[in-house]
Design a protein around this ligand. Structure first.
Ligand SMILES: Cc1cc2nc3c(=O)[nH]c(=O)nc-3n(C[C@H](O)[C@H](O)[C@H](O)COP(=O)(O)OP(=O)(O)OC[C@H]3O[C@@H](n4cnc5c(N)ncnc54)[C@H](O)[C@@H]3O)c2cc1C
Length: 374
């Protein structure tokens, strides 16, 4: 058992950190947060630097953590143009990979993943968007809610129902499609006023008789729910990386304040020391869980229990650490960059499975494991 990253990953981490510190300045982060505007210039720069390499998931995980450590709104913005790519990588055909994914990798296009609907996101099997086959096309009707890149993506991996729901097995009869934003009948409304990660673009998508060519069906009809769950098992490791980045960044900035700006003696205060030690311990525990989940996953032996533990615990650690950072830094934190960490942390407990959903997954797997060991 080796807890060290390889030298190559350590060098890569250093390069990403230097990039984030140089580009995600306080001024840029505040402006994008205030204006709720997407930093397309940083997306291009990060691509040119080779920061995003989706063929290498370890690098992706390390990059997400380091970028979010400096600023989560900007960090997620530059890593999310590929959101949903794994669905096409794992289940799409060669021509879909060439037509869509290679364009995203070249920075020419952006994509998104559209699963959540206005009626709720946790119960994916309750999705209502319909796809009805008509000749060599599917006609899609319905709407999607809170979709990242919703107004700026060129296409989406979208979940829709291709046959009537059997109330006992609602997850059956769902399929995934590649839906281009320029298809007739597609429209979107930007959602403004989010609490955090405000540099990311979020929108509602409306599908009004959208004609999707049959070659845009991903994999097999009826397997969509399974494809999306496989995707979440991967993306949850990346959300853990976002959360650990936020928690570590909150700790970095708290230490910087205590050393340079706090009244003398504050670092020796016992409450301050206990709090710092709790923050650091939880961050380390969350990071180890993430490495364990990643190690299983990236060797094609996914362990959903560990993945949910990593995502759930890391996101709660981000909320804990950013709140403690506010407590320890007072007015300095409230009026400086730290308040953004506090706002950005909350989304990690919500997207790609809320904390409650992660706990349900863990409990169900424990029950299953104990049944099989009886
Ligand atoms: C900024 C932002 C970006 C997003 N980006 C995307 C995106 O790109 N693509 C996409 O598809 N979705 C996206 N989402 C949606 C996100 O995944 C959902 O918000 C999330 O899945 C939760 O769904 P919901 O908000 O509808 O809450 P609900 O599912 O309505 O849940 C509400 C509350 O009830 C709890 N709850 C639900 N079911 C249970 C249960 N069985 N037991 C106990 N508690 C339960 C939840 O934990 C939560 O606290 C985004 C959301 C946000 C805020």
């Amino acid at each position: 058992m080796d807890f060290e990253l390889s030298d190559e990953l350590k060098d890569f981490r250093k390069m990403v950190r230097e990039f984030a510190l140089a580009e995600f300045t306080s001024e840029v982060a505040r402006k994008r947060d205030f204006e709720e505007s997407y930093p397309d210039d940083l997306r291009i720069k990060s691509l040119q630097k080779g920061i995003i390499d989706f063929a290498n998931p370890w690098k992706t995980m390390v990059a997400i953590e380091e970028l979010c450590r400096v600023d989560a709104g900007l960090g997620i913005s530059v890593t999310v143009p590929y959101f949903g790519a794994e669905v096409i990588m794992l289940f799409g055909n060669d021509s879909q990979k060439e037509k869509y994914l290679s364009e995203v990798n070249r920075g020419k296009k952006m994509m998104g993943l559209a699963v959540t609907e206005p009626g709720g996101g946790s119960d994916v099997a309750a999705n209502k968007t319909e796809a009805v086959k008509s000749g060599n096309k599917y006609i899609l009707n319905g709407s999607k809610m809170f979709i990242t890149n919703g107004q700026i993506a060129d296409f989406f991996v979208m979940l829709a129902r291709t046959s009537k729901a059997d109330p006992a097995k609602k997850h059956r009869g769902m399929s995934t499609f590649i839906v281009e934003s320029k298809f007739k009948g597609f429209s979107s409304n930007k959602l403004e006023g989010k609490l955090g990660v405000r540099a990311t673009n979020t929108a509602e998508l409306i599908l009004n008789n959208v004609e999707v060519p049959e070659e845009n069906l991903i994999g097999e009809e009826g397997k969509g729910f399974y494809y999306i769950m496989t995707f979440f098992n991967i993306s949850r490791v990346f959300v853990a990386a976002q959360a650990i980045g936020v928690a570590q960044g909150a700790l970095d900035r708290t230490l910087e304040y205590l050393k340079n700006n706090a009244p003398s003696g504050e670092m020796q205060n016992e409450y301050v020391q206990f709090t710092l030690s709790d923050m650091a311990t939880r961050i380390e525990a969350a990071r180890l869980l993430m490495y364990k989940a990643a190690s299983y996953l990236f060797q094609f032996k996914p362990n959903p229990t560990i993945t949910s533990m990593a995502k759930g615990y890391a996101s709660e650690t981000a909320v804990f650490a950013s709140e403690k950072a506010m407590e320890l830094t007072g007015l300095y934190g409230l009026s400086g960059d730290l308040e953004r960490y506090f706002r950005d942390a909350k989304i990690m407990e919500i997207w790609e499975g809320t904390s409650e959903v992660e706990k349900l997954i863990i409990a169900r797997m424990l029950e299953k494991e104990s049944d099989s060991s009886e």
